[in-house]
Design a binder for this molecule. Structure first.
Ligand code: PEP
Ligand code: MG
Length: 412
């Protein structure tokens, strides 16, 4: 039987220049699986702890102290690897060793197994016979915690090329809209310097409506019909605006204060005015009722939980019961191990919750999330547009689309 013969962790740096960890899991002294850990800026309260006490060094120490417990395990036995991690840290939020430990070892082990078996990673993560490509969602404009002072309060404006005929076409459309939006912003605002957010979207000093108008204009300039060829989406990351003390959403740039009811009106108006297809975290992370209202009102829009559901199966069950979303973000490092995240995905799929597999704002050049997105039946893949750490994922999606054409996967 094939087995894990060595594990090595090290400190490297992410796209923000912050320390993170990278782990190599080697099978039969030959097949190297390598994974590094991303980090969020707008982190949900119910996410697991990425690094103990915020320190990647402590996570690395935990790997060095415990790696021998994994030697001899079959790398494809995800459950056994997960259970071994749980024997080391059985806290709900991986506070002893850090979710990064669980994230890196489980994904690196599966990658090592895929190399040993000579099959792509996505194939060993699922036994579904028929898979479809997720649509790449491109981040074209950034604000909030991803872009800083002066930028819109909305954290992300996204382009969804749902009318495209192929993955390559979809990717091309995303790049085109991103480029054209830069032209629109230069024309509109002499102060625009071409600065970008963490995820590669433009970071202009304009307000929410101006940002959405400019995004629509970029699509129209290219001849794309909104709602037919492409649609816009937004991530409001509303927990970053919500002040629980005064129970108001505080929009610093737009100088607005909204209570829950007004927030629902505000979001409904944006959906209708800009024909949005996708709205993430429209209200704050504890507002299951408000999210239910929006889900009820807009059944054809992806009303998506991110901080609301935090890739947590128990919280997703609550959201399903209260009908608080029809889609949910899957970020493996919100959950901890890949096993935890796949359990979440299974639960979502069994309950008609559409999955959107997503990057983090602080990323590395790893591209395994593309495989995870395909294997979990994700409808969309939130992987940004430009920047090396985003491009590495987009290019992996293109490679897989060629491979899968030959092997009979359906295109968009
Ligand atoms: C998000 O909120 O969807 C996101 C990708 O941001 P972060 O990684 O900062 O949580
Ligand atoms: Mg989000």
């Amino acid at each position: 039987m094939q087995k894990i013969t060595s594990i090595k962790g090290r400190l490297i740096y992410d796209s923000r220049g912050n320390k993170t960890i990278e782990v190599d899991v080697i099978t039969d002294n030959k097949y190297v699986g390598r994974t590094s850990v991303p980090s969020g800026a707008s982190v949900g309260r119910n996410e697991v702890i990425n690094f103990p006490n915020g320190k990647p060094e402590q996570c690395l120490m935990a790997i060095n102290d415990n790696y021998k417990k994994f030697l001899g395990i079959d790398p494809i036995d995800l459950k056994c690897i997960h259970d071994t991690i749980r024997e080391i840290d059985n806290t709900d939020n991986y506070s002893n060793i850090g979710g990064a430990f669980a994230f890196a070892i489980t994904i690196a082990a599966m990658e090592s197994a895929s190399k040993f078996l000579h099959v792509p990673l996505f194939k060993i993560l699922t036994n579904k016979p028929k898979l479809e490509f997720p649509i790449p969602l491109g981040n074209i404009l950034g604000g909030g915690l991803h872009a800083g002072i002066g930028t819109p309060d909305i954290q992300e404006i996204l382009i969804c090329p749902h009318g495209s005929k192929s993955i390559r076409d979809a990717v091309e459309i995303n790049f085109n809209v991103h480029k054209e939006l830069c032209n629109v912003l230069y024309e509109k605002n002499l102060n625009f310097t071409g600065g970008r957010s963490d995820e590669g979207g433009w970071a202009p000093e304009i307000n929410n409506e101006e940002a959405l108008e400019a995004s629509c204009k970029a699509c129209e300039n290219l001849g794309y019909v909104l709602g037919k060829d492409v649609s816009l989406g937004i991530d409001l990351a509303s927990s970053t605006q919500w002040d629980p003390k005064c129970e108001q959403y505080i929009y610093k740039h737009n100088k607005l204060q909204l209570d829950e009811e007004k927030q629902i009106e505000f979001v409904s108006d944006l959906i209708e005015r800009y024909k949005l297809i996708y709205v993430e975290d429209a209200t704050h992370q504890d507002s299951f009722e408000a999210m239910h209202e929006l889900t009820n009102k807009f059944p054809n829009v992806f009303i998506t939980g991110d901080d609301l559901t935090t890739t947590n199966k128990r919280i997703l069950s609550h959201a399903i019961k209260s009908k608080s979303c029809n889609a949910a973000i899957l970020k493996v490092n919100q959950a901890g191990s890949l096993y935890d995240a796949l359990q979440f995905a299974q639960h979502a799929n069994e309950n008609d919750i559409k999955i959107i597999t997503s990057h983090r704002s602080g990323e590395t050049i790893d591209s395994q999330i593309v495989h995870i997105g395909i294997s979990t039946g994700s409808k969309m893949l939130k992987i940004g547009v430009v920047g090396g750490e985003r491009i590495s994922k987009i290019n992996e999606l293109i490679r897989l689309s060629e491979y899968d054409l030959i092997h009979g996967m359906t295109q968009l």
